[in-house]
Design a protein around this ligand. Sequence first.
Ligand code: GTP
Ligand code: MG
Length: 452
Amino acid sequence: TTATDDTLRTPIVAVLGHVDHGKTSLLDKIRGSAVTAGESGAITQHIGATAVPLDVISEIAGDLVDPTDFDLPGLLFIDTPGHHSFSTLRSRGGALADIAILVVDVNDGFQPQTLEAIDILKRTQTPFIVAANKIDTVPGWNPNEGQPVQQTMDAQSDRVQSDLNEKLYEIIGELSDNGFSADMYWRVQNFQANIGVVPVSAETSEGIPDLLTVMMGLSQRYMKEEMEIDTSGPGVGTVLEVKDTQGFGTTLDAIIYDGTIRNDDTIVVGGLQGPIITDVRALLRPRPLEEIRTEQEFEQVEQVAAADGVKIAAPDLGDAMAGAPIRVIRDRDRSEVIAEVEEELAEIEVTTQEEGVVIKADTLGSLEALSSTLEEEEIPVMRAEVGAVAPRDVRVAETAGEPTNQAILAFSVEVLDDARDLAEQEDVELFEDDVIYQLVESYDDHVTAIEE
Ligand code: GTP
Ligand code: MG
């Protein structure tokens, strides 16, 4: 990535929304357009993260973006698969993303994960816009590949225009039902007070110039000051995923949002049993698009600067948690950095009590989100942990005094077979879901049934 100003980092954009509403397709299209624009070398597809430099954005956006109006280096998009929780995207003091795109299928409207995303955006006060996707599926649509949306809308028949407008106003209505004043993006003057809706198609690229223009404009206008960082200091980041990578053992897919990480750094990472102190063995990045067919999937790099995605290989990462902090020690005091990670882990507020249910979640962020929902509903929690449901969780749930508390709420995690058997045997109720409010709802139904 070529930075236009060393002290301004790339804004982090989370792309979220319900399953199949088109998050990945939108990002693929942005990457693809960049390749067709002859910019493949400039674009790197990272681990769930895509860095798009300013010159590529202005190439795709055409007349809509004049690169001399901007001094931010570009945008870093993070894809969040629908089955994964967006709440992984946490950082010290709130959301990892500076800004978000909420993708909504125009035909499908608001769905459970759309609502869940809205809740989290609200809670973390993350500014966002709505991409009303799949406009090409309106019956009778006449596609105009890659065109700005108002242009292509004007070129449709009256019937098609009114059909699409109806769907768009439904989305605007849903936003308003959820407490957000919203309008078509071209009518929005103040993006902090109103949510802009951008009609797009990930199939035909219509509206993608608008989407990039709005994101770039928003970041430049409202976020520039927050982007001013020391890009050479010791890195700070968040773990997105912990996974095995062939030849490297357990690795971390991470986003570095401050400073740099180098391949000879010692890092502190949040783990299940507390901070893990380990030496980076390699920093890996997927090869640029045009080299994707080469033997090795990843290339090693010496250093990565914020904001960017990277795969970190290091020993002892087995206990690392998705959503946990990463900090580089370098020339800093070791115990001070460890204390910071400990503090951050403690900050992730999960209030537990002597008596209550057991909750398990896939990431620290989702554990936090689930726990705050339960707190609002005044459902007490006895034990809260990241990871699969194991027999010992059943043993804990079993000890609850109230029958309603002899329950495990599992969010987006596996239930081990022996744990399932044991739960059945011990009459511990198991609830599993990928949507927080659905999980809590089914638990509520269970409580009502017991009380009746
Ligand atoms: P998850 O990652 O599973 O949450 O889904 P996603 O939001 O990433 O959706 P994805 O991009 O995988 O798209 C789902 C399906 O919708 C795919 O079959 C896409 O081809 C299709 N699709 C996405 N965007 C559009 C669009 O603008 N128009 C049309 N016609 N199809 C689309
Ligand atoms: Mg996807």
